[in-house]
Design a protein. Structure first.
Length: 457
């Protein structure tokens, strides 16, 4: 592999949970996830890998994990190539403080995000965007926080370095378990709680959490999350019942997240005006068009920006800029079951944007095993802010256990676009090891693996 060639691998994975997770729409016992790994040589000859992850949710962005394998031509040959071409001109000699020459890279990332938004592939672009930024940071020897700050400036984000409080989530569980979870969060120091609602036990769950919060001396704030599970009338009825449980709810309730069904999402502002409750938009916020639509609803006071659904770090920063222009508060959310790379990407967005609060994914409690492992000096470099890249690498053994589908693509600098077809020749239907032999430029290798069958069986 020479300096003007890249190998891009897409891994479709099924990630099992320790226990089932339920909300208003569905119950999940596993995630369908995507990993992207970009491999290429830096100017000084080092072989550099950049990794990203995504959790495509069809009910949120209209995408599935299979789409990542089917849309390689437009995602890599058309959208990612301009970014990689710009990255070739970065000088690793600039040192960890250098950001000179990254303007073209940042503009290419924003242009790629805009095209991904228009093409309806933002969840998958999230993995590619994070992998690109990870690779550029490592190859250019640029601190990731500096690179993200440069993208933020290009996106129009007003800089902010204030500390960001974390929000704890009470899932849709039995009221008794909700009480114990709330108690554990309080002992851990959390003062901001999101309670999942939308089922018949919602009011009882709220009552259990409030009992715990009243014991604590400090003021605790609450938000509800209905995951678009209510009609307008049902949401108003729930608020009336919750008011009986929380007499001072107008002071304690900081947001009602996605209170109504998708068909009513264009009237979120009207709901906020009728109820007097701060409304948070979440699943309706995806790409450029949805940002513009939400900005037009002036009563939506909080935007939940998630790296995994808005188009990666670049998309999240574009969302933060749009929220600030609309006068809305910003929350950096987490997707259920997101792993370390998306967590770190979210923390980098927090570090440069005016964020009111953020969420933890608690994936260590939910996932049976993680596909990412920390590099040896991760924590010391993280505390000093010196990380080049995300600081994580893929665990091959876990990756192969979880693998459902795999595709590898080879790109060269001179390729304007690649012509991939689902009719890959049979002699290419092999699954090379992720660290295995090179693939010729322009060639793809694809294999679908039974969802419940180990990839190496």
């Amino acid at each position: 592999m020479n300096r003007e060639e890249w190998k891009i691998e897409v891994f479709q994975r099924q990630v099992p949970f320790r226990f089932k997770v339920r909300h208003a729409h569905l119950t999940r016992s596993a995630n369908e996830a995507i990993c992207v790994r970009i491999s290429g040589r830096a100017r000084d000859g080092r072989l550099v890998h950049g990794i990203g992850e995504a959790l495509p949710r069809e009910y949120v962005t209209g995408e599935t994990a299979v789409d990542a394998l089917d849309r390689c031509e437009e995602l890599f040959g058309v959208l990612a190539m301009p970014v990689l071409r710009e990255a070739l001109d970065l000088d690793p000699g600039a040192g960890p403080d250098g950001v000179t020459g990254t303007g073209g890279v940042c503009d290419a990332l924003i242009a790629g995000w805009r095209q991904a938004s228009a093409r309806g592939c933002l969840a998958i672009w999230s993995a590619i965007d994070v992998a690109l930024i990870d690779w550029i940071s490592r190859a250019g020897n640029i601190r990731m926080r500096d690179l993200v700050a440069m993208i933020a400036r290009r996106a129009g984000v007003q800089p902010c370095d204030a500390s960001v409080p974390r929000r704890a989530t009470i899932p849709m569980v039995r009221p008794g378990l909700a009480l114990w979870l709330a108690a554990g969060y309080r002992v851990a120091g959390f003062n901001l709680f999101k309670i999942k609602v939308g089922d018949p036990a919602s009011v009882a769950r709220v009552r259990s959490v409030v009992r715990v919060l009243r014991v604590g001396g400090n003021r605790c704030d609450i938000s509800f999350d209905a995951n678009q599970g209510y009609s307008h009338e049902a949401a108003q009825n729930f608020l009336g019942d919750a008011m009986k449980v929380i007499p001072d709810m107008t002071r304690k309730l900081v947001a009602f997240e996605d209170p109504v069904r998708p068909s009513d999402s264009r009237n979120l502002g009207a709901f906020a005006g009728q109820t007097g409750v701060p409304v948070m938009a979440d699943e309706v916020l995806r790409g450029e068009q949805s940002f513009a639509e939400m900005a037009g609803q002036s009563r939506i006071g909080v935007w939940n920006i998630r790296v995994g659904k808005c188009g990666g770090i670049t998309g999240a920063l574009m969302g933060c800029a749009a929220a600030s222009r609309a006068g809305a508060r910003i929350v950096i959310g987490a997707m259920v079951g997101q792993e370390a790379v998306l967590d770190v990407a979210s923390r980098h967005v927090e570090g440069v944007a005016p964020v009111a609060w953020s969420e933890n994914s608690f994936s260590g409690l939910l996932l049976r095993s993680s596909v990412f492992s920390r590099e040896g000096n991760f924590w010391s470099r993280w505390r000093q802010g010196d990380n080049c890249g995300t600081g994580f690498q893929l665990r091959e053994s876990v990756l192969r256990r979880q693998l459902v589908g795999y595709r590898v693509v080879a790109l060269t600098r001179d390729m304007a676009a690649l012509n991939f077809s689902s009719d890959t020749p049979n002699d290419q239907r092999t699954l090379p090891r992720p660290d295995g032999p090179e693939v010729s430029p322009g060639m793809t290798a694809t294999r679908q693996v039974s969802r419940h069958q180990p990839a190496n069986s």
